[in-house]
Design a protein around this ligand. Structure first.
Ligand code: PLP
Length: 401
């Protein structure tokens, strides 16, 4: 380890609450899909800060927009109008088909807002419903509401009691979902592509069961697109690929390209039941966040990025499936869509992360046995080839252990 690393690690060990087990790398600079550490070593980024740096690092338009906005006006609070929030909401409405947005600062806050709006909907209708139906491999965030609909016992148990009346059903078990949703269900919440749970797209049959259960009981559907949304899957949102019509959509991560911003997108039917003062936040949708979001959405919608993601996504799929097939005793399944991929290993995937870093590629482990790949959405075919060759080499090294 270098001096810089030693200093950084020692100071953090003294003063930063130890909630993260970090990899021993200090990134100091980025350029496109490349990251550079404090020793000047270069890495190809197949994680993009967990699906956040959609435009890569140091993107010229985003850099200019953020710098210019920072020099003009950063924040005024939601007590006043500013010119950008409506513009971002309008763009999100065009992309999602949901006409209204509530802005917040993170994915978990977007989910919290969706859960609250679902309760508010039933309260306003005069028939309060408390219950939520969620999936057994879900991850929706760490605040109390989001944690209550997140299934992993490791995250939940130390913080109980959480919200009561959440029923978890097996992912993609349509019959179980149908049994769980009743006239008491306020909402079903599900990620259209399960992210932290191991990159698992919902099946069309399961999506049909969600639509049927909502139609039968009136329950709302909350699509958590925090990880899968905004082009990553090759669709603006993956609920569209599944033919679903959510009443609420949680968005975060990629929306600000690295500037923290989230949003709950709301159907008119739900919006009609929300009143002034029902929910709020100091920072949510401030000028800096909205300027960044507008830049990301403009690249996605007007800059040809959506078409590029579909094209590069097809190439990525071919390469990542070939790599999976080349390691048959280590890789049991390759799952994903667009630029959102997971390699399910036959063992814990933790060793692949340092093996990747040694070879100059950033990947992540999730759900213990899955190597997760969430490259910046701007990645091109040649960089995919180099990055995945490094993943291939890392898998080879781990397989030989
Ligand atoms: C699907 C999903 N929902 C919610 C969240 C929580 O987002 P945040 O970490 O920004 O609070 C995440 C984060 O990984 C996520 O993947």
């Amino acid at each position: 380890m270098t001096m810089v690393m030693d200093d950084v690690v020692a100071r953090e060990a003294r003063h930063v609450l130890q909630t993260y087990r970090r990899q021993p790398v200090t990134f100091v600079r980025g350029e496109g899909v490349r990251l550079f550490d404090s020793d000047g070593r270069e890495y190809l980024d197949l994680l993009s800060g967990i699906g956040v740096a959609a435009l890569g690092h140091g993107h010229p338009a985003l850099t200019r927009a953020v710098a210019e906005q920072a020099g003009t006006l950063i924040h005024t609070s939601n007590l006043f109008y500013h010119p950008l929030q409506g513009e971002v909401a309008e763009r999100l409405a065009q992309l999602s088909g949901l006409p209204r947005a509530f802005f917040c600062n993170s994915g978990t806050e977007a989910v919290e807002a969706c859960l609250k709006f679902a309760r508010r909907y039933w309260y306003t209708k005069g028939e309060p419903r408390r219950e939520f139906v969620a999936l057994d491999e879900s991850f929706h965030g760490r605040t109390f509401g989001s944690l209550s609909v997140t299934s992993d016992e490791h995250y939940r148990t130390p913080f109980e009691p959480l919200l009561p009346s959440v029923t978890f059903v097996k992912t993609n078990d349509a019959a179980a979902l149908t049994r769980a949703v009743s006239n008491q269900s306020a909402a079903i919440i599900a990620e259209p592509v399960i992210g932290e749970g191991g990159i698992k797209p919902l099946t069309p049959a399961f999506a049909a069961a969600i639509a049927e259960a909502c139609a039968r009981t009136g329950a709302l559907y909350i699509a958590d697109e925090v990880q899968s949304g905004l082009g990553r899957t090759g669709h603006p949102f993956y609920f569209q690929a599944l033919g679903l019509q959510p009443h609420l959509v949680a968005v975060g991560k990629a929306l600000g390209g690295g500037v923290p911003v989230g949003a709950a997108l709301v159907s008119q039917q739900v919006a009609d039941t929300i009143s002034f003062g029902d929910h709020g936040t100091t920072y949510g949708g401030n000028l800096l966040a909205c300027r960044a979001a507008l830049c990301v959405l403009t690249e996605l919608m007007d800059g040809g990025l959506a078409e590029q993601i579909r094209r590069v996504g097809r190439h990525f799929e071919q390469r990542v499936r070939a790599i999976g097939a080349a390691h048959p005793s280590l890789v049991s399944e390759v799952r994903g869509t667009g630029l959102m991929w997971g390699l399910e290993l036959t063992r814990d995937a933790a060793a692949v992360v340092p093996a990747g870093l040694e070879r100059g590629v950033v990947v992540n482990r999730t759900a213990e046995s899955v190597v997760r790949l969430l490259p910046p959405l701007v990645i091109t075919e040649p960089d995919v080839d180099v990055a995945l060759a490094r993943v291939d080499a890392a898998l080879g090294a781990v397989g030989a252990l």
